[in-house]
Design a protein around this ligand. Structure first.
Ligand SMILES: O=P(O)(O)OC[C@@H](O)[C@@H](O)c1c[nH]c2ccccc12
Length: 262
């Protein structure tokens, strides 16, 4: 783990809030919907596997969408989303664990809990199919412990990396689902070449996800050509600046990105 002083101020503030956040009262026990199976089903019916993210706002968003999170998630599934990612971080992303629970009841695709989990008891804040763990913010031993603790509870851990060194750490921790974040948490800037530089090092049996900065069908094709099994897309689907933008259409455009490749 690198020191927090290397991080953008917004990220330091997110981490400060995350350190304070309590865990759940009881150890959760999840019967998870499989992400690899959902990805295979999407491929079988010619959909690009898109994990669409319910993110009411973020430190880099143009505004806030206060639509009902369940309606947003249903609209994403309607547009062909393979899975739904839900920000549960309350103070910087407008998320909540309640939204995740309601969404998971309403849709039948896998649901990812997107948060800044630093300690084991924070795994118990809410049940979800997948759980994000970010290499940058965890000591390697803590990461390995959290991967194991997440699996014991039934979660599929999605381990997020930003470079090849972090990929090594993720693999050593036993990660089977890995996301490469194109957004640099030190500067909050997006560069799709991040995924392109890390992907060739990822073993074939890993489910590999390109995260952040995918906004057009051309970006989808670029990430797929570089080896992405699935894409995690928030901003381009939520379209924060245009409050009434059609989330189903925004999802469908990306899901169908490989249809017109002639
Ligand atoms: O909105 P974008 O650029 O499509 O990015 C989505 C997702 O990758 C991003 O929200 C994200 C990636 N890793 C995170 C960790 C915490 C919070 C958010 C994230």
């Amino acid at each position: 783990m690198e020191t927090d002083t290397d991080l953008a101020p917004a990220v330091e503030s997110i981490l400060e809030a995350a350190r304070e956040r309590p865990g759940g009262d009881e150890v959760v026990d999840v019967d998870a919907r499989s992400l690899p199976d959902a990805v295979a089903r999407a491929e079988a019916d010619g959909r690009v596997p898109v994990i669409a993210e319910v993110k009411p706002t973020s430190p880099t968003a143009d505004g806030t969408r206060d639509d009902d999170p369940v309606e947003l998630a249903e609209a994403m599934v309607e547009g062909g989303a393979t899975a739904i990612s839900v920000l549960t971080e309350p103070s910087h992303f407008g998320g909540s664990t309640e939204s995740l629970t309601r969404i998971r009841e309403a849709v039948d695709v896998p649901v990812l809990r997107k948060d800044f989990v630093l300690r084991e008891e924070q795994l118990d804040a809410v049940a979800a199919d997948l759980l994000l763990l970010i290499v940058r913010f965890l000591e390697p031993e803590t990461l390995a412990d959290l991967v194991a603790a997440a699996r014991e509870r039934g979660f599929q851990p999605l381990v997020e990396v930003h470079d090849r060194a972090e990929l090594e750490t993720a693999l050593e921790a036993g990660a089977e689902i890995i996301g490469v974040n194109n957004r640099d948490l030190a500067r909050l800037e997006v560069d799709l070449e991040t995924f392109e530089s890390v992907a060739p090092e990822v073993p074939d049996d890993v489910t590999l996800i390109a995260e952040s900065g995918v906004s057009s069908p051309a970006d989808v094709r670029q990430m797929r050509a570089a080896g992405a099994d699935a894409l995690l897309v928030g901003s381009a689907i939520m379209d924060h600046g245009a409050g009434d933008s059609d989330v189903t259409e925004n999802t469908r455009r990306l899901v169908e990105a490989e249809d017109d490749e002639t």
